[in-house]
Design a protein around this ligand. Structure first.
Ligand code: SF4
Ligand code: SF4
Length: 290
């Protein structure tokens, strides 16, 4: 039963459908499983110290803290050392999939000649998984049958692409697909936002204090929310698609009804044990240390 855009005199408020989530199993494959990965993000990505990584590093170079067994030597100290980039990063399950499915028994370290290919496949699958995550999230908010079938088709196409061989994945042209996904997400995003009036005013909410405000249905997509204070706000159907949530205060806040909130945004924000998040996301361990 889809209840999105439940209309009231104050306008529609997007309600997440939690009773009929046919993509729950697929969504669970997009959760990271670092134990089954060969530390791909710690090698394949270009990193900057100013973004909360240990040092500036070229893509394809292992982080100095990556141990031979692919675990992080400073894992238990990431919060204390303020490694925000490491703490926030989320590969949408591309790391373990690349390691276990595309290159079983052949990692970048034991096969240095294939390392760049493995990193390239990882980065393509990361993008596809990220788009898949957004599509699944969109599907949990829509009621429009036409749009729903468009999104189902895009999800199917995404699975077809990632079910191919590494060589086929390397030759995918995902830009056309990305345009279609962006178009569909834009439509869903526009339908979710019942209060788009503020959107025209600003994208910059750096440090804004919204404490305990009613922000139901507000559209914060692509906004700068760095260090904004959302503590105690009402956030039903609030759209955070692509918003920069670094250091956003979400302590004692219920975000369970928000739309397009990713694990990476949650990891970047400052929450606590009283913070409620959408059921497809996890409480970061680092919050216990804040
Ligand atoms: S690439 Fe993903 S699964 Fe692998 S270590 Fe990084 S976050 Fe974990
Ligand atoms: S510090 Fe640890 S988590 Fe961060 S990039 Fe290096 S090995 Fe990876």
């Amino acid at each position: 039963m889809y209840e999105l855009f439940k209309q009231s005199s104050g306008g529609g408020i997007a309600i997440r459908n939690i009773k009929d989530n046919k993509y729950a199993d697929l969504a669970s494959t997009l959760k990271i499983d670092c134990e089954k990965c060969s530390g791909l993000c710690c090698v394949a990505l270009y990193c900057m110290k100013t973004d909360g990584f240990p040092a500036n590093k070229e893509a394809g170079t292992p982080c100095k803290n990556l141990m031979p067994d692919f675990r992080c030597a400073i894992h238990s100290n990431l919060v204390r050392k303020n490694m925000r980039g490491c703490l926030a990063y989320d590969c949408f399950g591309a790391g373990q999939k690349t390691t276990q499915i595309y290159y079983p028994n052949r990692d970048w370290k034991t096969n240095p000649g294939q390392a760049n290919e493995i990193f390239d496949v990882f980065l393509i699958v990361f993008q596809l998984h990220q788009m898949l995550w957004y599509l699944i999230e969109a599907s949990s908010f829509i009621s429009d049958d036409h749009l729903k079938s468009d999104i189902d088709a895009l999800i199917f196409e995404n699975q077809q692409m990632t079910n191919q061989s590494p060589d086929e994945i390397l030759h995918l042209d995902i830009e056309k697909y990305r345009l279609q996904v962006n178009q569909a997400l834009k439509q869903v995003s526009g339908m979710i936002a019942s209060d788009s009036t503020h959107k025209t005013l600003s994208y910059d909410y750096f440090g804004t204090n919204f404490k305990k405000e009613d922000l139901d249905g507000r559209d914060f997509s692509m906004s700068l929310m760095i260090a904004a204070n959302l503590e105690g706000c009402s956030l039903q159907g609030t759209n955070f698609l692509g918003a920069d949530m670094r250091d956003t205060n979400i302590k004692n806040t219920d975000l369970s009804g928000c739309a397009f909130l990713t694990q990476m945004q949650i990891n970047s924000a400052k929450g606590n044990s009283n913070t409620k998040i959408p059921e497809n996301l996890s409480h970061p361990n680092s919050w216990q240390e804040l």
